[in-house]
Design a protein around this ligand. Sequence first.
Ligand code: SAM
Length: 218
Amino acid sequence: MLYVVATPIGNLEDITLRALRILKEVDVILAEDKRRTGKLLKRYNIKNIQQIYNDHNKERRTKNIIQMLKKGKDIALASDSGTPGINDPGFYLIRACIKEDIKVSPVPGPNAAISALAASGLPTDRFTYYGFVPKKEKKAKELFKKIKLLKESAIFYESPHRIKNTLKIMSEIAPTKQIVIAREITKKFEEFIRGEVKEVEDRLKNRKIKGELVIILN
Ligand code: SAM
């Protein structure tokens, strides 16, 4: 069985009892980065084997992992943070397992997009998750033009280095849309910045924005 195990997005207390039990019991934990998953394991005194599974080695490693699963081993797939497969490696392996009739079971837990939406105060009844804002300005503009016409919440991941430029583009296209920037969710400097796009852009002009970010538009 392959377990798809969600892990914290910041606060190490955000881990389920089932996730901890599975991380303890499986034969191998597939981690994107041994140090980051290692911190979680150390905190809960889990001394299990970690193997690297990431975007660089996924094609090479998948065959071997499938063989282990076919021999009856249990494997937990974890990513750096949050839910594997959501802007993290996982999809490739999960699809390969399903093709080989290997059971795949989710171990639900944190996810930055859903956590941000839940506390945003923006409508949650209809939403689309777009992953990271496109790096190419032309593509970002096209996407924001489409989103401007939609009556649903649009969720993006964004880097602190690009947020100001993204706000500039958004405010040219949709200055009065509601925006929520969720920063450092579950961590010490957690912050929700809410308002209209243009107004938030102006407010943040003289401020350095650090940390991990989710943007929601509606
Ligand atoms: N698998 C993860 C999930 O389930 O949310 C997402 C991984 S993706 C590679 C990393 C991005 O998620 C960050 O660049 C940021 O945009 C967002 N993110 C992750 N943790 C966050 C947090 N604590 N606060 C705000 N955004 C976060």
